[in-house]
Structure formats: structure tokens, C-alpha cells
Design a protein around this ligand. Structure first.
Ligand SMILES: O=C(O)CCC(=O)C(=O)O
Length: 262
């Protein structure tokens, strides 16, 4: 459950690190159950069509509230790790519930998160990262995350559109794949991946009969105030949640969580 110095070193060397059992099965079961029964989550979900026309679903929101999802995003366990990585006070950029449904869930094309965040949201420094916690097992069969190990060292690559998604310059991706290892991040429920905003990543479609759900919380160095983004949370230092997710009152997300709309 602890983010160690060895994890931190691996993150800086490889551009990502997976911490096994960072959350317990009970904790992720609670979040997963809440998420699949949550009407607001499904009402606010968006489809993103991949290059082959398959759709993958996500719900994205910016504001932190008193819901269990927000307490999770602010949990001291994650925030301590994030602040070791960023080496300073962190802010919550956004959270996303990723819903890759059995047999239909589309792919995520190769991209860097910063490719989009730099261009569209005006964050000048890549002092940002994503934290993906698997709510269900994530395997090659159901389209697990893939990373090009060490690609964060390339810096930001140009991005354009690929289907409805923002994709990295494919020539650069293909060259990177010739000289850097491609890693498939097979994860159990409760495993957490921390990845640098310039690490090239993708995932294949889910053609299996098992869902692949995860929650991704994204963080910014609080001092890296974007010049375009209007969301207050992206540069407001986080107040970590020190309590126990399992004994908290279970509150779902509110209608006012500042959802991304299409
Ligand atoms: O979880 C996945 O399949 C990929 C998600 C992703 O690449 C992203 O949200 O930036």
C-alpha cells in the first residue's frame, strides 16, 4: 500500500510505475459498486470514437465535492505519492471514470496526456501526471493500458485527431517503438499506475466478455497555473483526505461536479 523510494525511482526512469494492491479489494469493490449504480455517472458519460469507429465511454469531472470519488481523488495515499513525484503541492486537475464495456469498448489511440493539456488547456509545464486505479482486472484481452517505457524523455510530441480522439504523431510513435520497450500493464483490481503526462500510452479495444473499468485521477503541480483552463481546482492545493474510505458515509457524485460535456 505504500509508495516507496523504489517506486519513485522507477517512475522517473520509465515514465510510469505500477503499485500493486495500492487499494484493497474492499475499497475498489465499494467504488465500483457505487459507480455502476450511479445514474448521474451514466447520464454524464461521453462516448469517444476510436480510429476504427468503436466507442469507448468515460465520465470526466473537475470539481471536488464530498462524494466518495472525491475523497478517493484526495486520499492521502495518492496525494502523498503524487507530491513526492511532483516535488511540491499538488492540485486536482480532473477525475475520469473509464468504462470499457465488453465486446464493444473502443481503443485509446497513442497519445501523451500533455499533448492535449498543453494545447487545449494552456498548462505551460509538464509537471502533471495521471493516476489510474483498476476497478476491475485489466488484461490484454480486455484492452489494458500499454506504455512505451521511457518515452516521457522524448518531451511533448505533436498531436492531431485520430477518430474523435487526440492522437500523437504516428511517425514518432512508430520510431519510439523501435528503440523503447512496449509494456502491457496487466493489473488486478486495486493496482494503481502512476504515469507522467509525456509518457506515450494507448489501449486496444475490449473484445472480451469482461468489462474494464478504472478511475483515473489527474494532478498538476499547484504552482503550474494554466493560462487557458477555467477550472479552479487545477491550481488549488489539495486538502488531503485522511480518513478511511470504507467507513465514510457513501455519497455519490453531485450534479454540479463540473462535468465535461461534449
Ligand atoms: O485506460 C485506458 O484505456 C486509456 C486511457 C487514456 O489513455 C487516457 O485517459 O488518457
Amino acid at each position: 500500500m505504500k509508495f516507496t523510494k523504489a517506486h519513485l525511482e522507477a517512475y522517473h526512469r520509465d515514465g510510469y510505475v505500477v503499485v500493486r494492491n495500492f487499494f484493497t479489494q474492499e475499497e475498489v469493490d465499494l467504488l465500483y459498486k457505487l459507480a455502476i449504480e450511479d445514474d448521474i455517472m451514466s447520464k454524464k458519460s461521453l462516448d469517444r470514437t476510436d480510429a476504427s469507429g468503436l466507442k469507448t465511454k468515460l465520465t470526466l469531472w473537475y470539481a471536488l465535492d464530498e462524494s466518495l470519488y472525491s475523497k478517493f481523488a484526495r486520499s492521502a495515499r495518492i496525494v502523498n505519492a503524487v507530491e513526492q513525484i511532483l516535488n511540491g503541492k499538488s492540485a486536482h486537475y480532473h477525475s475520469k471514470l473509464m468504462q470499457k464495456e465488453p465486446r464493444t469498448g473502443g481503443a485509446w489511440e497513442w497519445h501523451q496526456d500533455y499533448g492535449y493539456w498543453y494545447k487545449n488547456n494552456g498548462f505551460l509545464l509538464p509537471e502533471m501526471l495521471s493516476v489510474l486505479t483498476a476497478l476491475t482486472p485489466s488484461t490484454k484481452e480486455n484492452g489494458c493500458l500499454q506504455m512505451i517505457r521511457g518515452s516521457h524523455k522524448m518531451g511533448r510530441v505533436e498531436h492531431g485527431f485520430s477518430g474523435e480522439q487526440v492522437g500523437a504523431d504516428i511517425e514518432k510513435v512508430n520510431e519510439a517503438l523501435k528503440i523503447m520497450p512496449l509494456d502491457f500493464l496487466e493489473m488486478g483490481a486495486g493496482d494503481t499506475a502512476f504515469f507522467h503526462c509525456n509518457t506515450l500510452h494507448a489501449s486496444a479495444a475490449n473484445l472480451s466478455d469482461k468489462p474494464r473499468w478504472s478511475i483515473i485521477t489527474a494532478y498538476n503541480l499547484a504552482s503550474n497555473k494554466p493560462y487557458k483552463d477555467v477550472h479552479q481546482s487545477s491550481h488549488t492545493p489539495i486538502v488531503p483526505f485522511m480518513g478511511d474510505l470504507l467507513t465514510e458515509e457513501i455519497m455519490s457524485i453531485s450534479d454540479y461536479a463540473d462535468f465535461l460535456v461534449k
